[in-house]
Design a protein around this ligand. Structure first.
Ligand SMILES: NC(=O)c1ccc[n+]([C@@H]2O[C@H](COP(=O)([O-])OP(=O)(O)OC[C@H]3O[C@@H](n4cnc5c(N)ncnc54)[C@H](OP(=O)(O)O)[C@@H]3O)[C@@H](O)[C@H]2O)c1
Length: 299
């Protein structure tokens, strides 16, 4: 089986490629990079891996010919002051055109997000909503993997704990729990869906949420950080009313506003907190938060 990951550079793309190359079914894998200097050394030398140049922003640069299955990730925009929903539509339309040009593609797997079913109130997740809307019929078999909050989002907390023994949390109040998933489990789940190409799906698009073994609160994050660092860790809460200012310190204004809205969506009163139209089907990863924290801490 021949599988293409586009774009291959995001950490979820890398994790999927790692899972595919380790699989006993020996698929061949092509990764599409806008910058070939970003190809990790561990893949470069692998006999079943090929890196090609291409950008999801340029339809003519995408060649998916010969692929049985494709993993598509909607690349996040963190630094550019652009309309992120319009950008998601553009890159998804480009991928759809490339899939349809390559007659060999039987299955498209889209890495999406919890909350992608909603067309309002979810901020940055609207990019995933847009991608799903464009790609729902892009191939004979379509799978949407709606991931929960990445455990790796706590990387900045690891840094502040290492340097100063505290971390900021925007998951409030402290007993509010959220499903969280490790990127390596996302990689395994996406690889499994890609390798299942040709096996009949219950529906197309086939949609499921991906959670970790348990939902976590900010106190669970604190405990994981304390266990790994071996020191006592202080939680600094960012209240809902302070989200816009908090994100403005790291992102340009329009992006900050989308992140603040996304964050508010899973706090009390938000659309994901209420989840009036739940996805229904949930799959679970195995990796615990403490193991991801350990890896990020380098412990
Ligand atoms: N974080 C969460 O909690 C969460 C939860 C659910 C779903 N999601 C979704 O997961 C996806 C993000 O995945 P991630 O965290 O793996 O991303 P990431 O590691 O932050 O990826 C950013 C990457 O996107 C690549 N990129 C940007 N523009 C590109 C372009 N035009 N062509 C090709 N590559 C481009 C960049 O490549 P270069 O290396 O070339 O710069 C960079 O490596 C998003 O769709 C997000 O909505 C996230």
């Amino acid at each position: 089986m021949h599988i293409t990951v586009v774009p291959a550079s995001p950490k979820t793309g890398q994790a999927t490629i790692r899972s595919l190359l380790a699989d006993a079914r020996n698929p061949t894998v092509r990764g599409v990079y806008r910058d070939l200097a970003k190809v990790p050394a561990e893949f470069k030398s692998h006999p079943r891996f090929e890196a090609v140049q291409g950008s999801v922003e340029e339809a003519s640069s995408l060649d998916l010919s010969g692929s049985d299955a494709v993993l598509n990730i909607t690349p996040p925009l963190y630094v550019e002051e652009r309309d992120i929903v319009a950008h998601a539509r553009l890159v998804s339309e480009n991928v759809k055109a490339a899939v349809q040009k390559a007659a060999s593609v039987k299955r498209l797997v889209l890495l999406s997000s919890v909350g992608a079913q909603y067309d309002h109130g979810t901020g940055e997740i609207l990019t995933n909503h847009e991608a799903e809307a464009v790609l729902k019929d892009a191939a004979p078999e379509v799978v949407f993997v709606r991931c929960s909050y990445f455990m790796e989002n706590w990387a900045p907390a690891v840094e502040t704990v290492r340097d100063a023994g505290f971390f900021f949390t925007t998951l409030t109040p402290l007993d509010n729990s959220l499903p969280m998933i490790a990127v390596r489990d996302i990689g395994s789940a996406c690889a499994s869906e890609l390798l299942g190409t040709g096996t009949p799906l219950p529906s197309t698009p086939y949609v499921f949420e991906l959670h970790g073994p348990r939902a976590c609160t900010s106190v669970d994050v604190q405990k994981a950080l304390e266990e790994v660092s071996g020191k006592s860790v202080e939680i600094r809460q960012i209240p809902k009313a302070g989200l816009a200012e908090f994100y403005s310190a790291v992102f340009p204004p329009r992006i900050a506003q989308q992140f603040a809205e996304m964050n508010a969506s899973y706090l009390e009163g938000g659309i994901l907190y209420e989840d009036p139209q739940p996805t229904g089907r949930i799959k679970y990863g195995k990796t615990e938060l403490v193991d991801v924290v350990k890896e990020m801490y380098g412990a």
